[in-house]
Design a binder for this molecule. Structure first.
Ligand SMILES: [Zn+2]
Length: 286
């Protein structure tokens, strides 16, 4: 609500406003987390492979269930837009809205990335985050948001009247088309709201508008995930760079991001199994 109010407050406005906030989903209601097991397993893990995503581009990677992956800052401060799919079923994909409701507007160690309905299961658990010291700053901003959608050429065209082809939406679309060997038009429909890795964002305190500010990420920082199911991932190095000035153009310095895949030591995950899809009957009352 960025416009001023047009309606007069009712006589009991203060009483209505005084209703107590209630956390919609309590963390202790969620299925138990295996974070302690994963943090033990990460001690003996070894790197299997790595890919580098060039600036203002997209790249894809696969992570088998039971493995770890890291997104690593290299060369300079850079934000990454992350999409995740079930490696064998593109219709099950990261559900940023529900992840936000279950955890918070920004995610870090211990939070899980949940999949879309009707799957609704953890796709990945965050096992380490070198930026978890940041917390919430004086502007109310935090790092790694699940609020923003992704920069896209349609909004850019609406606002600026020009075609720009390296928005995160397009970078992710091209990366998925190659990874899944499907046409661009089909791949685009599978691209979804992202996790904004390393991005520092919040809502303004007065108008609650979405804002960004320069990311605190520096080369060497990383965020690490445990793959709960077989994953296909795509990462875009946002043309906004550190997202401290502009986006959707080539005016900002941009840097690569690295994705590293790790395998835990033998026997480290004893007793662990990949989570099943939601147990809901799916009949919707019929
Ligand atoms: Zn972007």
């Amino acid at each position: 609500m960025t416009d001023t109010a047009h309606s007069n407050p009712p006589p009991d406005a203060a009483a209505r406003r005084a209703a107590k906030p209630l956390i919609c989903y309590q963390l202790d209601q969620l299925p138990p987390s295996n974070l302690a097991l994963y943090q033990q397993a990460r001690q003996g893990m070894r790197k299997l492979t790595e890919i580098t995503v060039a600036p203002r581009e997209g790249g894809s990677f696969e992570v088998p269930a039971g493995s770890f992956f890291r997104i690593v800052s290299v060369e300079g401060a850079q934000v990454g837009d992350l999409n995740l799919w079930h490696a064998h079923d593109l219709t099950e994909r990261f559900f940023s809205g529900k992840t936000r409701q279950l955890h918070a507007t920004h995610v870090s160690t211990g939070d899980r990335l949940w999949s879309s309905l009707p799957g609704l299961r953890p796709m990945a658990t965050i096992t380490h985050d070198t930026l978890d010291w940041y917390g919430w700053d004086e502007d109310g901003a935090g790092v790694h948001d699940v609020i923003g959608t992704r920069c896209d050429p349609y909004t850019n065209y609406m606002l600026n009247g020009v075609d720009y082809h390296h928005c995160c939406h397009s970078n992710l679309t091209r990366a998925l088309a190659v990874a899944a060997d499907i046409p661009l038009t089909e791949a685009e429909l599978h691209v979804h709201d992202v996790m904004n890795v390393f991005m520092c964002t919040g809502f303004t305190l007065d108008t609650h508008q979405y804002f960004m500010k320069a990311s605190p990420v520096r080369p060497g920082d990383y965020i690490e995930f445990f793959a709960e199911i077989d994953l296909l991932g795509a990462l875009s190095t946002c043309p906004g760079g550190d997202c401290g000035s502009s986006h959707s153009d080539d005016s900002t310095p941009c840097y690569p991001l690295q994705v590293e895949i790790y395998q835990p030591g033998a026997g480290a995950l004893q007793g662990w199994s990949s989570p099943p899809r939601s147990g809901y009957s799916g009949t919707h009352g019929t």
